[in-house]
Design a protein around this ligand. Structure first.
Ligand code: SF4
Length: 360
């Protein structure tokens, strides 16, 4: 725990550091709660440098909450393509509709109303309300958890001390400059109090930091013992018909990657060959018979809780009309039309391989 008597100096020193060292980020140029909300959601699981071009393109494409609310979901997912965690985009779309119907298009200003919107938890609500309206609402994103866990030498992994960390964040926030304070502590975590090798000799909080003053910065925050993440092997089919078109399917709206388009396939069962898996999955999911042909590409991808390897084969449609048995929709498309659909990141490499093999 850091001493309560140190709080005024912690605020003052952090704000002074921020005045000199704070990052110049596009969403700090605005007080528009809509734009700030978009940035906060994009930043939930994505690095700042990746977010910047997406944020700028998004505001050109959907400049207001009204424009977003009436947009087609496929266009929203397309604008999000490559950012991952697509439920964020679907929630933005739904929340925009809610803001228009329930709040007359005005972004709500109470924490309760903001947290009632899809995809907005307490820290995102705090980030938006402090940045847009200068409200003294605490935040607790990954950077802030790490900084506070070190500052107060938290004796538990952060995930097991969330209430304590919220209490520290609330105690520290500067009631007169909450906007700058929250931005500053996020910057401190991103640029000085980094996960590995924090730069304590340039930190405005080293004078009160329990981790620094007990040489514990390498050990804190404490980590949970981690178990290895599962690795799934997936057979994937790029199915051609005799008109030179490829079959793609749209995932159901709920769940991982919901609403995105993909090449059909599924998990390889124990003892099953890739070819047998592909034939079985396509019969079960789309109700058609195919001939499995050459291997096109294998793609590795890591999600938060598991890894996948996609084993992709070219296939030929033999018989049957494709049906959307396990998905929302199926379509035959020209290879050149693939870029019009929103695909998960792992599928982008497959598209590149298809287009390359067509050129050769
Ligand atoms: S002194 Fe070091 S460990 Fe402590 S808050 Fe600053 S950068 Fe983080």
């Amino acid at each position: 725990m850091f001493p309560a008597a140190a709080i005024p100096e912690l605020r003052r020193s952090l704000l002074a550091w921020y005045g000199q060292q704070g990052r110049d980020l596009p969403w700090r140029q605005t007080r528009d709660p809509y734009a700030i909300w978009i940035s906060e959601v994009m930043l939930q699981q994505t690095q700042v440098q990746t977010v910047i071009p997406y944020y700028q393109r998004w505001l050109e494409r959907f400049p207001t909450v009204e424009v977003l609310a009436i947009a087609d979901l496929n266009a929203v997912l397309k604008a999000w393509e490559g950012l991952g965690y697509y439920s964020r985009a679907r929630n933005l779309h739904r929340a925009a509709q809610q803001i228009v119907t329930e709040h007359q298009g005005r972004f709500p200003e109470s924490a309760t109303a903001v947290e009632a919107l899809p995809g907005i938890g307490r820290t995102t609500a705090g980030g938006i309300l402090s940045a847009a309206f200068n409200q003294p609402q605490a935040i607790l994103d990954g950077n802030v958890k790490r900084v506070l866990a070190r500052l107060g030498a938290l004796p538990l992994p952060p995930a097991r001390a969330i209430a304590q960390l919220w209490q520290w964040s609330e105690a520290l926030i500067d009631p007169d400059q909450p906007r700058d304070f929250n931005q500053a502590i996020m910057d401190l975590g991103a640029t000085i109090c980094t996960p590995r090798k924090p730069v304590c000799d340039r930190c405005p909080w080293s004078f009160a930091c329990a981790a620094y003053n007990t040489q514990m910065t390498e050990q804190l925050p404490l980590r949970e013992a981690s178990s290895p993440i599962p690795h799934k092997q997936i057979g994937v089919a790029v199915i051609w018909n005799d008109r030179g078109q490829i079959l793609i399917d749209q995932r159901k709206p709920e769940g991982l990657l919901g609403g995105l388009w993909e090449f059909p396939g599924g998990k390889i069962e124990a003892g099953e060959s890739i070819e047998d898996c592909i034939r079985r999955e396509i019969q079960e999911e789309l109700g058609i018979a195919i001939a499995v042909g050459d291997h096109l590409i294998s793609v590795d991808h890591t999600y938060t809780h598991f890894r996948v390897t996609l084993h992709v084969h070219y296939c030929q449609h033999l018989e049957g009309e494709p049906q959307a048995i396990e998905c929302a929709e199926v379509r035959w498309v020209e290879p050149t039309e693939l870029s019009e659909f929103a695909f998960p990141k792992a599928n982008q490499q497959i598209i590149t391989a298809i287009l390359k093999s067509k050129v050769q």
